[in-house]
Design a protein around this ligand. Sequence first.
Ligand SMILES: [Zn+2]
Length: 318
Amino acid sequence: MNLKETSFGEFFKPSQLTFELKSRDRLEAIEELLDSLVKQKLISNKKLTLTRIVDRENLEPTALGHGLAVPHARVDTEGQMAVAVGRSAEGIDFAAPDGRPVHLIILVIWNPTIPGLFNHLFSGLASFLVRPDNRERLFNAREKNELYNVLAQIPLAFPYEDRIVNRASLLKKLQEIELKIRRAPEAKQEELQKHRTLIREELDQSLLARFDLLMDRYGYAVSEVIDGVCQSCNMSVSTQMASAIDESNDIYICENCGKYLVSPGKREKAASKEKSEKEKAAGEKKKASHPAAAAATRLGQVKKASPAKAKAAKTRKN
Ligand SMILES: [Zn+2]
């Protein structure tokens, strides 16, 4: 994979580090860190952010053991990511798996339009923190600057922008995993379940509820659009819609069969082109086309990519 090398320092400034937290319990400490982000205008909705973080903590504590915790939530931030770090010499009870108090809290809020970001940040932090000598450097820091410098140098690697997955491809990935889980032997279940939980955390509740419903009812929830045709029901989607699906991070639904529509990967697309050319050569013509019946609706809240095209598709529908 094509990776961009960077370090944790790129994501936070010394002003986002609290060398001695005043708080003595988990909730207060999280609030204290959020207050520092509000003060620096890095988050705007403290109440919502706190709720998301607490929900996540209740699902499963984010303490990693060895005195560390990484509470996190996916909320609209001003930038890509808002990070606050707090140290507590005395230690805070975070319901850690090893029962030990937490001395270093790394709080991460990240923007929902880039869902893959947190996983890459987290894996970089985890591979640094897993080493006892690295943790000692953090815990033994005697003053704020020293601690900041150790944190800032933690190496991280991110995929280049286009490799960060979007929500539609996360839904597709989730479907692949759900299907694997049904067939996988007992020994592989735990790993697959873990993978599933990770992906589900990145997706909105409303998307997941619909996804689960479709999986229950049809065994599939996501359908590829190849050459403008929904592969689940074989109905064609408007050309504007098909190209919007290719280029944007919006979520589209097939109006005919209700499946989430995704674009196939580049390799599948090339293969399908080859296949359709062969079919054409063989004189086969059996593509269903009922354009009026099979327009697709858009559902996403993210409206960054190609608004002109989406608008055109909408107008055509009416
Ligand atoms: Zn369909």
